[in-house]
Design a binder for this molecule. Structure first.
Ligand code: G1P
Length: 289
């Protein structure tokens, strides 16, 4: 039996430059997909996968994330006074989702550095990393799919997806052997390769389950792509001492940190929304495109 994955780290200290001007004063993680901020989708995914504790790595200008997951006494008082029971339940449920801790990343030194900032809060146990601009629509939570592989092999596992080769330079890419249908043993990883240098068109998607030894690896690497301490480079270092697996997860991923991806996610999640979906479908059908 391997130790269970109980905690998830949410790097949320980035500047969100791909989504300017919306992200000038609003954290990217707080952009609302239909009626919930992006980061709430990730936190709910972890709760659905049975994880108990979310650790959010923030920075200056991100306090609305903390406010969102906190209780709002003023709002609750007003809703209670107006007898808005359903809305009151919605407002309260967000604060009760899970246990959340915060740690600051003082300098934007990269994704690997952000994960390293959570070291003390994670401790010596396996943990998930969730990039909240990768929104995943799936039956089984993606983090849970990775945790199931970890439970079997006791190793780090990353989410993989095939992308067109001309898009691979936006991602981490892996060289890997398929050992079971959809499950790969990673041979190497490279962050944001040129298409002609990429080992494959298998891209790393923003869901990881990592063993705690990743922290030591992250202290040993030097800045990589974009001059940043990259999580992908940390994993390549970890590969020197431990196996890492990759899973082609079941589900659809939306890059909601990108304007086009966000629009697509809005349409898809709007159509699936229990209260809004039907009338939204009618509206879309009526558009003369
Ligand atoms: C990060 C990772 C990259 C991964 C991507 C998935 O890059 O560094 O390996 O493929 O997330 O969304 P970013 O999009 O933050 O530049």
């Amino acid at each position: 039996m391997f130790p269970p994955v109980r905690k998830a780290v949410f790097p949320a200290a980035g500047l969100g430059t791909r989504f300017l001007p919306a992200t000038k004063a609003v954290p990217k993680e707080m952009l609302s997909l239909v009626d919930k901020p992006l980061i709430q989708y990730g936190v709910e995914e972890c709760v659905a996968a049975g994880l108990l504790h979310s650790i959010i790595v923030t920075s200056r200008g991100k306090t609305t994330i903390e406010d969102h997951f906190d209780q709002s006494f003023e709002l609750e008082q007003v809703l209670a006074r107006r007898d808005k029971k359903e809305l009151l339940a919605v407002a309260r449920s967000v604060a009760k989702l899970t246990q959340i801790s915060y740690v600051r990343q003082a300098e934007a030194l990269g994704l690997g550095h952000a994960v390293l900032c959570a070291r003390e809060l994670v401790g010596p146990e396996p943990f998930a990393v969730v990039l909240s601009d990768d929104v995943i629509d799936s039956v089984a939570p993606c983090v849970g799919q990775l945790a199931a592989v970890h439970a079997k092999y006791g190793a780090s596992v990353i989410a993989l997806m095939e992308v067109p080769r001309d898009q691979i330079s936006s991602y981490g890419s892996v060289d890997a052997d398929e050992v079971e249908p959809g499950l790969f043993k990673i041979k190497s990883l490279v962050e944001k390769p040129k298409p002609e240098e990429a080992p494959s068109n298998l891209a790393i998607i923003g869901r990881y389950v990592l063993t705690p030894e990743i922290f030591d690896s992250l202290t040993k690497i030097t800045p990589g792509a974009g001059g940043e301490i990259q999580l992908t480079d940390g994993m390549r270092h970890l590969l020197g001492t431990q196996p890492i697996y990759g899973l082609k997860f079941e589900g659809r991923r939306f890059d909601a940190g990108d304007k086009q991806g966000f629009l697509r996610a809005t349409v898809e999640f709007g159509l699936k929304h229990p209260a809004l979906g039907e009338s939204f479908r009618g509206y879309l059908k009526g558009l003369s495109l």
